[in-house]
Design a protein around this ligand. Sequence first.
Ligand SMILES: [Zn+2]
Length: 109
Amino acid sequence: MNFEKIIITTHSGQELTLLREREGKWVCPACGSPELAIAPWTDEGPSFEMCGCGLEFGFDDAKGGSKYALESIELNWITWRQKLIRKAKFDKLYEMRLRKTLLNLGVEI
Ligand SMILES: [Zn+2]
């Protein structure tokens, strides 16, 4: 699939690379699913949208949101992704779907 790459800098100075489909849907940076209605983060802050993978931007990936969240937004995405990959080991159908969406992020499992 063909995605547009958008780099934003958050108000806390973190540089994030986001992907957007030509039709306008944004790609979840954790699971790779192109299903987000708006950008998960902008320079003004998170969208607070929840992806189908369960990640809520501004909560699960933001320090001060979830108690598990680390300072680095990107690291929180990676941690979330690892959780999804572990979960997929017990669900073949989900694993197939996840494998496909992760390719959008250049991640192979
Ligand atoms: Zn997701």
